[in-house]
Design a protein around this ligand. Structure first.
Ligand code: NI
Length: 395
């Protein structure tokens, strides 16, 4: 495998310029949610050119490619997401987004390009494959309910033994990797609250029921849930991100609305936090003689890195880079990913691919309007995909 790895690196290197060109082209033409027709077209065309069996329109606009090896009984899936974000790019690279209000500020352009590159290299090494390989290009990662459930409904995981995905990570330098075994990314839930008091004159609060006071106390007490009800060695966050109420200075409004997010890594904690939020709301409104509406929307499930897949990815990484460039185990994060749906279904591992470069000033986090990647990271990303495929089912 060692010699094979150095051959893989050479081959990834030889495809680098064309993969950079593909990434920049996608970057300049960002598409949102399921509306990724152009990007999906690029992926499908690239796979078809390799003689890979291609299905389009999977999960609305996803693309699935299969390399089948005669006699192989196992199948590995490699996944990339294709969608951009509804935001303005504020950086000024030569390949800046040409579409107003849309930009690849999460690196999904690089994910798509790397998987295309990996498909090219894997095709070159096809004789070395011991397992079937499925390439998954997925739409709508950024927008709930995500593109993964739609693709799963169309059978994208059928016959797949294990699935792997990469995400560019600017907090690590290009040439570095990280894996968080176990629960790796949180479940991002959303709650909406309406507190219904009684409107009135601001100078006669005793004749009104002030929802602003109740709402303010609700926000404060919510923070005690994480501080006092969740085991201090576990993880949870509650953030209230919107608080709307009132129209002028001398009127107590009849109601206020609040929105927020809950992020957790474990189901029992998620269930308990959700329950406590409503308990606080119910107790507090009833104490003041107010009433409430409460809605709670569960987000993507926790992205879970199965021990065997994480260990497998880690041992492959050690062949690609020095161990000093691998963070393992990397701490879990409370961001969400719809890769979580796959990982709840079959053994999976979601890998962080270092994409930053402090010297070049590439330091901005995903979703920052000046986000970018050090494109050199794509060689490592491709090499990781290729090595995962070539080592799969190999004894
Ligand atoms: Ni992303």
């Amino acid at each position: 495998m060692k010699t094979l790895v150095s051959n893989i690196f050479d081959s990834c290197q030889s495809h680098f310029d064309e993969i950079v060109a593909i990434r920049r082209d996608i970057h300049m033409h960002p598409e949102l949610e399921f509306d990724v027709h152009r990007t999906a077209g690029i992926a499908a065309e690239a796979l078809e050119g390799l003689g890979v069996k291609v299905r389009t329109g999977v999960g609305k606009t996803g693309v699935v490619g299969d390399i089948e090896i005669s006699g192989a009984t196992k199948r590995i899936a490699l996944r990339a997401d294709m969608d951009a974000l509804p935001m303005q790019e504020l950086g000024n690279p030569s390949y800046k987004s040409k579409v107003d209000g849309k930009a690849h500020m999460c690196g999904h352009d690089a994910h798509t390009a790397m998987l295309i590159g990996a498909a090219r290299v894997i095709s070159q090494f096809k004789d070395e494959l011991k397992a079937n390989v499925r390439f998954i290009f997925q739409p709508s990662e950024e927008k709930f309910p995500g593109g993964a459930p739609a693709m799963m409904e169309d059978g994208v995981l059928e016959g797949v033994d294990e699935i792997y995905g990469l995400h560019v990570w600017p907090l690590l330098e290009a040439g570095q990797f990280a894996i968080c075994p176990g629960p790796a990314l949180g479940q991002p839930d959303v709650f909406e609250v309406e507190i219904k008091g009684k409107g009135g004159h601001a100078a006669f609060p005793h004749l009104a029921i002030d929802p602003i006071l109740i709402g303010s106390q609700f926000v404060t007490v919510l923070q005690s849930i994480v501080a006092r009800n969740v085991d201090p060695l576990e993880s949870a966050v509650i953030s209230v991100t919107q608080f709307h109420g009132g129209t002028t200075d001398n009127v107590i409004p009849p109601s206020v609305k609040l929105t927020g997010t809950v992020r957790t890594l474990k189901k029992d904690i998620q269930v308990s936090v959700r329950e406590k939020i409503e308990n606080v709301l119910s107790g507090m409104t009833s104490a003041y003689g107010a009433s409430y509406n409460f809605s709670y929307q569960e987000g993507y499930p926790v992205t879970y890195n199965h021990e065997s897949c994480a260990t497998n990815a880690f041992s492959i990484m050690k062949m690609l880079v020095d161990e000093g460039n691998i963070s393992y185990p990397y701490p879990p994060l409370l961001g969400g990913e719809d890769f979580g749906y796959y990982s709840q279904k079959i053994p999976a591992c979601f890998i962080f691919l270092g994409a930053g470069n402090k010297e070049k000033g590439i330091v901005n986090m995903c979703h920052d309007p000046r986000f970018d990647v050090d494109e050199k990271c794509m060689i490592y990303g491709m090499a990781m995909h290729v090595s995962l495929a070539l080592s799969f089912a190999r004894d």
